[in-house]
Design a protein. Structure first.
Length: 251
């Protein structure tokens, strides 16, 4: 039964997008999950990066119950959230050339590791340069982006390229340009963005695939449990000890 309220329309739109990525991105999700499993099995480290609101989906797979203990946030100062003052500075930093290379050079990421880069538009200097430099260092790069931007907007990177052009694997979130699902009379601007819902779902689907791949290879996925269930702290302590040299959010 269809709900004609704006809330119902948004939920319908989000469900429709989730169904699209389920049906149309299954091969890319499978490839991404296999790449993560390959990295874990080979002793590599996992990193996730996103700027602005794209950082929300990156943070969603770092240090959380039901998630891989090995996933680390590759943070670029000033771009991780809206707590930077003024908030507009974060957007400006995404367009600064050289910032990504400086962050990568001072990070523990190295050849054989894997980096997931999340950028809805994929057009700014920061994610494009991050992907270019990460691959040059020998990392596997997974991009989570809206491919629509690459055909409907101009790149802000000096190469003229988009994030999707510099990744080993690309997951397309199907989000339309502008990231707003609703319009209605009396409201001048489109509203109700769905990118966080869809991108986070793609990330979790990818990680679930990685867990499935590891089990198929006889490897226990390095998962964290909730600290709010009995035995959770003991479980997590064991995992942290076992994989301590590949976990960087504890140092």
């Amino acid at each position: 039964m269809s709900d004609s309220t704006l809330a119902g329309q948004f939920l319908d739109a989000a469900i429709g997008l989730l169904e699209r990525v389920r049906d149309e991105e299954s091969a890319a999700v499978a490839a991404a999950g296999a790449a993560i499993a390959d990295t874990v099995a080979a002793g590599g480290r996992l990193f996730a990066f996103g700027a602005g609101h794209s950082s929300l989906a990156a943070q969603d797979v770092v240090y959380r119950a039901g998630g891989f203990a090995l996933m680390n946030l590759l943070a670029v100062p000033g771009t991780v959230g809206v707590d930077v003052m003024p908030a507009t500075l974060g957007s400006a930093l995404e367009r600064v050339d050289g910032l990504a290379s400086a962050v990568l050079d001072s990070s523990p990421a190295t050849s054989g590791d894997l980096l997931v880069i999340i950028s809805l538009s994929g057009r700014n200097a920061l994610p494009v340069e991050m992907a270019q430099n990460a691959r040059a260092l020998g990392l596997t790069v997974i991009g989570v982006t809206s491919v629509a931007y690459a055909t409907g907007t101009r790149s802000r990177h000096t190469s003229g390229g988009f994030l999707r052009d510099h990744c080993d694997i690309v997951l397309d979130s199907k989000i339309s340009i502008g990231d707003a699902e609703l319009t209605t009379d009396g409201i001048e601007a489109p509203f109700a963005p769905a990118s966080t819902v869809v991108t986070s779902a793609l990330m979790q689907a990818m990680m679930a695939t990685a867990a499935e791949e590891l089990v198929a290879r006889g490897i226990e996925p390095p998962l964290l449990r909730s600290g709010n269930v009995d035995g959770g702290h003991e479980w997590n302590g064991r995992v942290m000890r076992e994989y301590g040299d590949r976990i960087f959010y504890r140092h």
